[in-house]
Design a binder for this molecule. Structure first.
Ligand code: FAD
Length: 290
């Protein structure tokens, strides 16, 4: 199985897709429909998120294992330090390995319920993602990725600090990074260039087409930062017409994606919300086809 950095280098620009673990049978069916539709695009990898407070850990392990077993896709399993001792983290990494998953996105995670809340590590756990990178690399032959924040992490003093943190993660053994969803291509390019001057760490931008207005609020809550006013204004201008909101959301994601690719981004990581249609539209507009 090729490592994710090798797959990123092989297919520039690469595409990849992010899913979340389903809550029930209906959501599970929807996930697998999206996986099968998107599999045809030959992504470099597909990732599966890990729930807040570690709540979905069993489902993340099961879904990534099924992807490894039953599809042609390379899974990337997310893992966070929230509420877990080092012993428990080792156990989850072991479960990933046992189900054929060798690529892990090492994250700190957030305090349950609040991305800006004060972070308290588990008493026998890890304080920061760079320590998780080190732990996983020490447990075997794993390829480890990390998170990056073009709009500056909500708890960081400034971009300089975030750049130092990414350098530290690279030195701990991370070999690629994926960003928080990007709504401002310039922020992505700034972070990418600052890190590239110091380490060889490919940073793939996350992209998510807005398909309804409720998501604006939900996304800024998840990101801990508001969306750029120009983006919000374009969506609100058509707020009474759901089809137009969706079309504008796809148009905005296409514009941001095109700019980042024109400027040399290694690929696009699509946040799919377990649906394929809007992602496929942006993918087609960007002419990323296999
Ligand atoms: P860290 O790198 O530990 O950073 C957290 C904060 O601490 C930052 O402010 C950083 O600047 C600071 N910091 C880092 N290292 C040090 C250090 N050594 N000394 C001092 N300060 C330091 N959350 C989930 O719960 N599940 C998921 O599946 C998930 N997937 C994600 C995927 C992507 C691509 C991204 C971008 C985020 C994801 N998140 C997920 C959210 C993420 O867990 C939070 O944003 C979290 O607040 C930061 O995680 P991190 O790994 O960057 O943490």
């Amino acid at each position: 199985v090729a490592s994710i950095p090798a797959r990123l280098a092989e297919s520039r620009p690469s595409i990849s897709f992010e899913f979340f673990p389903p809550r029930d049978d209906e959501a599970e069916a929807q996930l697998w429909t999206a996986v099968r539709h998107l599999e045809r695009l030959h992504p470099a990898f597909v990732s599966v998120t890990y729930g807040a407070g570690g709540t979905t850990q069993d489902r993340t392990v099961r879904v990534t294992g099924r992807i490894a077993d039953e599809t042609t896709l390379t899974p990337l399993a997310h893992l966070t330090c929230v509420g877990a001792s080092v012993r428990q983290l080792r156990h989850v990494v072991g479960a990933y390995a046992a189900s054929g998953v060798r690529n892990i996105l090492a994250l700190r995670g957030d305090p349950p319920g609040d991305v800006r809340g004060a972070w308290t590590p588990h008493p026998e756990g890890l304080d920061h993602a760079d320590h998780l990178v080190e732990l996983i690399r020490g447990l075997g032959d794993f390829t480890v990725g990390v998170a990056a924040f073009p709009d500056v992490h909500p708890a960081s003093p400034d971009l300089d600090h975030d750049v130092d943190v990414l350098v530290r993660k690279a030195d701990a053994g991370a070999s690629f990074a994926i960003t928080q969803m990007v709504f401002d291509a310039d922020s992505y390019l700034r972070l990418r260039d600052r890190v590239a001057a110091r380490r060889d760490l490919p940073i793939t931008p996350g992209l998510m087409p807005v398909t309804n207005l409720r998501q604006i609020h939900r996304m800024s809550e998840l990101m801990g930062t508001p969306l750029p006013p120009a983006v919000v204004a374009r969506l609100e201008a058509v707020k009474d017409d759901p089809a137009a909101v969706r079309a504008v959301g796809v148009e905005i994601a296409t514009e941001i994606g095109r700019r980042m690719l024109d400027e040399g981004a290694p690929g696009i990581h699509f946040i799919t919300m377990n649906r394929s249609t809007a992602t496929l539209e942006v993918h087609d507009h960007l002419a990323l086809g296999p």
